[in-house]
Every structure is written in structure tokens, then in C-alpha cells.
Design a protein around this ligand. Structure first.
Ligand SMILES: *[C@@H]1O[C@H](CO)[C@@H](O)[C@H](O)[C@H]1NC(C)=O
Ligand SMILES: *[C@@H]1O[C@H](CO)[C@@H](O)[C@H](O)[C@H]1NC(C)=O
Ligand SMILES: *[C@@H]1O[C@H](CO)[C@@H](O)[C@H](O)[C@H]1NC(C)=O
Length: 653
């Protein structure tokens, strides 16, 4: 019973004390923390409640020093208010609210990093006792834009441990910012011996923090296209800020797992004489790898091998070896090279062949090649046969000559060889019909006679005249299938010349006849009409009557053939003129005779037919007409007068 009473009494006292404000007379409430960027203004509010009137309150502001002591910065009571001198806040703080309201605000201008302190608001009533509250001031500084730097040298996948990849740095942040590494948009997790991150922090003289982080990693070939960057996280008032660095990539060196070898040039089939370029590449990219190309026990350093002017001996396997200089592992690849060839053409039975006339000729042309060949025979630039066998039946002189067989490889352009074959057809000589065999030429002129004989062995040509004289040939030339011989003969009389060609198989002859003519001109026409005869070298003229000259010189000599016609014309003209002269003479004689007869005879006398010295010409004179002479042919045809005006008359024999 007694204890129950005591308890009741105590509760009663507590209620009494509380009501009277004996224990907690001034109540102060404040925020835990106030966050603000450096340089801005911070406001710290101190709320309080009191049973007393406001006028009697003492208000003081303190901060807690690093050693934990309270440092007063402001004081206020009903009579006065002041800022304490000599503290870091002396010039930058102000307090509003005079106690009339129940909120007092401490304002700090131009907040500094060292202002990050705990502030105390202490309220003391005159009778009520005291109350205090605390608020921490937090200061922030946004860091600078981060920088990233990747290693410039490439990183080998065969490095035994993690290699440095990049360094990221962020400066002048507060509080300390964090750096997180990313690869391809995923944060990198630190893993023992695989991924290492080494952060380091520097406090600048300003009190701001600079943070650096170095990333090291074991790289794999797959990382060659990876992108790395770092992310910066930092606190701001009421939250967290974030910045990202630029992205970088790295060079990863990885060894080859295979090498490929190929012929870079020429494209297609290779032939002897070509320049061959062999290339070798591994699928790795390590600059330290060592490449050799070997063939036939010989090594050539480097990724490229140039073989100049190859022969079939360069055929074979070319092996490329890539050696990793870190691990000394070899990888090889190989290629088979084949150099095609075409040997010189061989003509059988030899380069010269003699066929008896009428026999068959058979020759072959072969060239050894690694590829299919094609053979074509040519004679004088014209294709005569396709295939390596040349067959010519019933050999005549026409087939004699030089043949060429051309062997080509259709698969490779420009691969070709050739051989020659000289064909001689054995047989008696055969003289080619000369352009002319009858020649008329003026005295003392020179005539060239040409004689071409075919046959094998080459015929021997002898020129003779009908009186058995041997003529010396002016020139003798070997032709494809025989000889050509030319003699120059000075015309002194009519000449018959023989060209006799002979060899062991027989003889052949051709006869030339040269008729000597009298070539005449007047001095006047000679001067204006030069002789253009091809056969005469000297011009000798003999002047006879002027009547013949006109006929002769009217047509200049062009060729021996023309000379012949011309000569005949002159003869005819001379004959006609003679006849005319005889006729006139006859007429005169007849006239004289008649005159004498008239004296002794009377009556009409018949005309007597008179034969001229040339018995085939009939001259008829008509007495009753004027002394007009009419020429008659032997058949008695009367020729019209117009025909007589011509220079020539054909006299039929
Ligand atoms: C890596 O970076 C270089 C220049 O920094 C750029 O030229 C290259 O394209 C990049 N490679 C990849 C795979 O992103
Ligand atoms: C930075 O990292 C520390 C330690 O992991 C962490 O406590 C802090 O909250 C981080 N800061 C930011 C801004 O993320
Ligand atoms: C040349 O041929 C002619 C005509 O066949 C002949 O008369 C003459 O005797 C031959 N001369 C010689 C030297 O063989």
C-alpha cells in the first residue's frame, strides 16, 4: 500500500516539474545537416519553443573545432548582439530573428571547404534554463571533366600478367569523387590477376581532391575492338552527380594461328621467264613475328618473295613460317608453284629437206611443253597446215621454199616457239617463160636478157649464141627455188641467144631472138624526143630519107614489143613510098610514050597492066581522068581515098 502511494507521488511530482519547466524549459530543434556548394550561401535554422516571453532569451551560435571544443561566433540578448571577432566566420555571418519569432537563422555567405563544421545553436532563458541544437554543414564542389589516356603501344595477348590499359583522372572535386571503369558499357569488376584498378588521391592546395585511377588487364584477341572509358560519381547537395570520360580503344597484338601463302602475280598460270611474287600473311598482327618463305632448303626472310625470270627448276612447294618471337612457336603454310615451259621447236627430219619431184614430203615439228600445244605451219607468211605434221604430196617446184612452224600454248598468252624448214624439190631445171623472147633493138644498143630457172640442185645457166659463142652473164642470183641469170648483149646484128639451164637431172633451154633495126631520127626530132628505150644505153642514129623519119619518131619506143611494131610500120611506109615513086615514073614514061605513039599510031590503046617490082602490088592508072593513082589490093578491092591519107597501109602477103 505504502509503495503504491510513493509511486503516485513521484508521477505527480514529474507532471508538476514538467508543467513548471524545471527540466526542459527551452526546446530547440535543428536539421541534422545542411548541404551547400562551395561559394554559395548556407542558412542554418534554429527553432525553439519556450514558456517564457521571448524578450529575455540569450541566443548564442558556436561551431565545433577539429579538437572538439566549442568556439562561439555569435551572441545576442535583450540588450545587445554581436559577432565574435577573430574567427573564420567573423565577416561572413549574420543572424536574423531577434527572438520575437521562434526561429533564428544563421546565414553563412561564400561558404568555404573549411566551413564544413558542426554548428550549435544555444538558447538560454532567464528563468527557464537552456536548450541547444546541432547542425552539420556539408560543402560540395563538382569536379572537372575527367581525362582518359590509353597506352600508346599495343598490348600483346601473350603478356604473362595484366598490362596497363589506361589511366583516368578527375580533378578538383569535393568530397572525393569515385572512378569506375567500364568496358563496352559494362562496369569492369576487379578480379585477381585479371583486372586491376589502382586508384590514388591527391589533395590539392585548395583542399579539393584529385583522383586518378589506373586500369590494368590481361587482354585477349577479342578485346581488340573493345572500348574503354571511366565514369566519375560525385556527391552534390541532395544527391549524386555523374560524368563520363571519352571512349578509347586499344591495340591488341595477337599471334597468328594460321598463315596463308599465295602467288600475288602473275594471276593464272606461270611460265618460264615470268616474275613471280609470292606473298605470305599470318592471321595475327604481332609486329614481332618473324616470317620466312623457304623453298628447296633455302630461306628468304620476309612476307614477300620475288622470283625473277623463273625456270621449271623453281617449281615446287614454298613454305611460309611465322614465328612468334615471344613464345617461339612456329606456324606454317605452303603453296605449290608450277612453272610451265615450252622447249624450242624441233623440226624433223632436219631444218633442210630435199624431195625428189613428184614424191611426198613429210616433216614434223614438235616442242616439249608442260601444257597442250598447237602447231601451225606457215610459208611466206600464209598458213599452209595446222598440226605438227606437214605433208605435201606430189612435190613440185611450187612447194619449194622456207616453211615455219609456230608452236603456241593456247592456255598462256605469249608462250610460243618456232622452227624453220627449208624444202628443196629435186628435179631437172624448168625455165620460167620469159616476158619476151623476141626483141628488136637498134644497132649498137644493149639488150638485157633475163632467164629464171627452177630446179634443185640449183641449175647451172649457160648463155650461148647460135654461132656457138658463150656469153658472159652480167648477174646471177639465187632464188628460192633456183637461179636467175641476166646477160647484156650489144646489138651488132640479128642474134639468136640460148639460155641453157642444166643440173644432174636434166637440161632446159629457152631461145631469144634479137632483131637489129636501124633506128633513125632527124636532128630536130632527136632533140625534142629523147629515146626512152629501156634496153638501149646508147643512141645511134642513121639518117636516111625524111619521109621515113616521120613514121618512126611519131611513136616513141616503149618496149621491145613496140619496137617490133614500129619497125614493121617503117618498112611498110618505105615500100608504099617506093611504089608511089614507081607509079609516078611509070606515068611519066607512059605519057612520053603516048606522046610519041600519037604521032605514029591512031585509036584507043588499052591500058597495059604493069607489074611492079613487088609482084603483089597492082597499080592501076586511068588515062581519062586526072593522074590519080588508085591503090588496089591483090584481090582487086578498091580502097577508099581516105585510107590513103594514113601513114601506114597494111600490105597483105
Ligand atoms: C580505335 O581508335 C582509333 C583512333 O583512336 C580509330 O581510328 C579506330 O577506328 C578505332 N577502332 C575501333 C575498332 O574502334
Ligand atoms: C565512393 O566509393 C565509396 C566506397 O565504395 C562509397 O562509400 C561512396 O559512397 C562512393 N561515392 C559516390 C559518390 O558514389
Ligand atoms: C642450148 O640449147 C639449144 C636449144 O635446145 C641447143 O641447140 C644448144 O646446143 C644448147 N647449147 C648448149 C651449150 O648446151
Amino acid at each position: 500500500m505504502a509503495s503504491r502511494d510513493t509511486t503516485s507521488l513521484l508521477v505527480g511530482l514529474l507532471v508538476l516539474f514538467y508543467t513548471w519547466g524545471v527540466w526542459a524549459d527551452v526546446e530547440v530543434s535543428m536539421e541534422d545537416r545542411v548541404e551547400v556548394f562551395r561559394g554559395e550561401t548556407a542558412s542554418i535554422t534554429c527553432m525553439f519553443t519556450s514558456t517564457e516571453g521571448i524578450g529575455g532569451m540569450i541566443i548564442q551560435w558556436f561551431y565545433v573545432t577539429r579538437t572538439g571544443e566549442k568556439q562561439k561566433i555569435y551572441y545576442q540578448d535583450s540588450t545587445m548582439q554581436f559577432v565574435d571577432r577573430g574567427t573564420q566566420f567573423t565577416d561572413r555571418i549574420s543572424v536574423n530573428g531577434t527572438g520575437a519569432s521562434e526561429a533564428i537563422v544563421l546565414t553563412i555567405r561564400d561558404v568555404r571547404l573549411e566551413d564544413e563544421l558542426e554548428f550549435i545553436c544555444l538558447i538560454k532563458g532567464l528563468t527557464d534554463g537552456t536548450g541547444e541544437g546541432r547542425t552539420k554543414l556539408k560543402v560540395f564542389e563538382k569536379p572537372d571533366y575527367p581525362t582518359i589516356e590509353g597506352v600508346q603501344t599495343g598490348i600483346s595477348v601473350s603478356e604473362p600478367g595484366p598490362s596497363k590499359i589506361a589511366t583516368c583522372e578527375v580533378k578538383n572535386g569535393y568530397p572525393k569523387p569515385n572512378i569506375t571503369w567500364y568496358r563496352n558499357n559494362a562496369p569492369l569488376r576487379v578480379a585477381q590477376d585479371v583486372v586491376l584498378v589502382m586508384p590514388s588521391t591527391t589533395t590539392e592546395s585548395t583542399g579539393l581532391y584529385s583522383v586518378k585511377s589506373e586500369l590494368s588487364m590481361m587482354v585477349m584477341k577479342e578485346d581488340k575492338d573493345d572500348q574503354f572509358y571511366c565514369e566519375i560519381t560525385y556527391f552534390v547537395p541532395g544527391g549524386v552527380g555523374m560524368l563520363e570520360s571519352e571512349r578509347i580503344n586499344i591495340t591488341v597484338y595477337y599471334p597468328s594461328t594460321a598463315v596463308s601463302v599465295w602467288v600475288e602475280s602473275p594471276k593464272g598460270k606461270i611460265k618460264e621467264g615470268d616474275s613471280v611474287e609470292i606473298q605470305c600473311r599470318g592471321n595475327g598482327n604481332k609486329p614481332s613475328s618473324f616470317v620466312t618463305i623457304s623453298h628447296d632448303g633455302k630461306d628468304h626472310e620476309g612476307k614477300m618473295l620475288l622470283l625473277e625470270n623463273v625456270t621449271r627448276r623453281d617449281s615446287g612447294d614454298y613454305i611460309c613460317t611465322s614465328t612468334d618471337t615471344d613464345t617461339f612457336e612456329d606456324i606454317t603454310g605452303q603453296i605449290s608453284v608450277f612453272v610451265n615451259y615450252l622447249d624450242p621447236a624441233v623440226v624433223r627430219p632436219g631444218d633442210t629437206i630435199v624431195v625428189p619431184q613428184g614424191n611426198e614430203l613429210k616433216a614434223t615439228c614438235n616442242a616439249l611443253s608442260s601444257l597442250q600445244t598447237q602447231t601451225v605451219w606457215f610459208k611466206d607468211g600464209a598458213e599452209v597446215s595446222v598440226g605438227n605434221i606437214l605433208t605435201l604430196k606430189d612435190a613440185m617446184f611450187d612447194i619449194a621454199g622456207t616453211y615455219m612452224c609456230v608452236v603456241t600454248v593456247p592456255e598462256i598468252e605469249g608462250m610460243e616457239t618456232s622452227g624453220t624448214l627449208h624444202v628443196y624439190v629435186e628435179g631437172p631445171p624448168e625455165i620460167m617463160q620469159p616476158e619476151y623472147t623476141k626483141v628488136e633493138e637498134s644497132f649498137e644498143n644493149t639488150v638485157d636478157l633475163s632467164c629464171t630457172a627452177r630446179g634443185f640442185p640449183a641449175p647451172n645457166i649457160v648463155w650461148t649464141t647460135s654461132d656457138g659463142k658463150i656469153l658472159k652473164s652480167a648477174s646471177q642470183t639465187d632464188t628460192d627455188d633456183g637461179v636467175q641469170s641476166v646477160v647484156s648483149i650489144k646489138v651488132t646484128s640479128d642474134i639468136t641467144a640460148f639460155c641453157n639451164a642444166s643440173n644432174e637431172f636434166g637440161t632446159a633451154a629457152v631461145t631469144f631472138s634479137i632483131t637489129a633495126t636501124i633506128n633513125t631520127t632527124t636532128t630536130a626530132t632527136t632533140a625534142s624526143t629523147p629515146t626512152s628505150s629501156t634496153t638501149s644505153s646508147t643512141t645511134t642514129t642513121t639518117t636516111i630519107s625524111s619521109a621515113t623519119v616521120k613514121a618512126e619518131t611519131a611513136i616513141p619506143k616503149q618496149s621491145p614489143e613496140k619496137v617490133k611494131q614500129e619497125g614493121r610500120g617503117v618498112i611498110i611506109a618505105v615500100i608504099i613510098i617506093c611504089i608511089l615513086l614507081l607509079a609516078i615514073l611509070g606515068s611519066v614514061l607512059y605519057f612520053l610514050y603516048k606522046k610519041g605513039k600519037l604521032c605514029g599510031r591512031s585509036g584507043k590503046q588499052d591500058l597495059t597492066k604493069e607489074k611492079s617490082s613487088k609482084d603483089n602490088i597492082v597499080v592501076e592508072m586511068k588515062s581519062d581522068n586526072t593522074e590519080e593513082a588508085v591503090l588496089l589490093g591483090i584481090n582487086g578491092e578498091k580502097l577508099p581515098p581516105s585510107d590513103q591519107s594514113g601513114e601506114y597501109l597494111d600490105v597483105q602477103k
